[in-house]
Design a protein around this ligand. Structure first.
Ligand code: CA
Length: 228
């Protein structure tokens, strides 16, 4: 992909002034919109490869912009929002946003998230059925998990939870998404299932379960399989 096109929908001029040169210096083409209505119009006219969407816009709620985009576009959408908007972030992720960044964020974090989102966008799920991160190796075709080559025994539910995280490797999975994919309708609202099963998964996979390296908690939102 040559010079992916990024659309930034953000009303804060100071943040746009930071984002535009940061992205342009890293070989992205950049478009900006300061309102939800402009953002939707530009998304339709330019079909960007990725959209950075602020949830607090002056004219439309970010969630409305997202719903409108998702009616026709499957391109990655990264939410940018303030720290105290956990509920809004979860709502946006459940509505189909790919990931989120909490303000203030640094250039490195932003660029890393954009790379992950663009990589996912060009794949069906993963390029290969094998995911290697650090010592952890996960073969989704053979349903095998190893740490430094040593097989890890997982129960079917533990495996399904790890698989759901791996299918979004590097991106956040919300509580609702994980509960639905692992437990189905009976999982709705049962966030404690996740706490219990993430606990046992961490004890089996993490070198130090109290300081997870692979299975990261996103407070109030969900979990992320760290691929760095
Ligand atoms: Ca704003």
């Amino acid at each position: 992909m040559s010079q992916p096109l990024i659309l930034i929908i953000e009303d804060e001029a100071s943040l746009r002034r930071f984002l535009v040169p940061t992205l342009a210096n890293n070989d992205y083409q950049v478009l900006t919109a300061a309102t939800g209505a402009d953002g939707l119009a530009m998304a339709r006219s330019h079909n960007p490869d990725i959209i950075l969407l602020d949830l607090g816009l002056p004219d439309l709620e970010g969630g409305k912009v997202l719903q409108s985009l998702r009616q026709w576009s499957r391109k990655p959408i990264l939410i940018i929002s303030a720290r105290n908007q956990e509920k809004d972030k979860v709502m946006a992720l459940d509505l189909g946003a790919d990931d989120y960044l909490t303000k203030p964020f640094g250039a490195e974090e932003l660029l890393a998230r954009i790379r992950v989102a663009l990589r996912h966008a060009t794949q069906t799920v993963l390029d290969t059925p094998v995911l290697q991160c650090g010592s952890l190796r996960l073969d989704l075709e053979r349903r095998e998990v190893t740490m430094d080559g040593v097989p890890v025994r997982l129960t079917p539910l533990e495996y399904r939870l790890l698989e759901a995280l791996a299918q979004r490797a590097g991106k956040v999975a919300t509580h609702a998404q994980l509960l639905n994919e692992v437990w189905g309708p009976v999982g709705a609202g049962q966030t404690h299932y996740l706490r219990i099963y993430m606990g046992t998964l961490r004890r089996k996979i993490e070198p130090d379960a109290t300081r997870p390296r692979y299975l990261l908690t996103e407070p109030s939102i969900g979990y992320r399989l760290n691929v760095d």
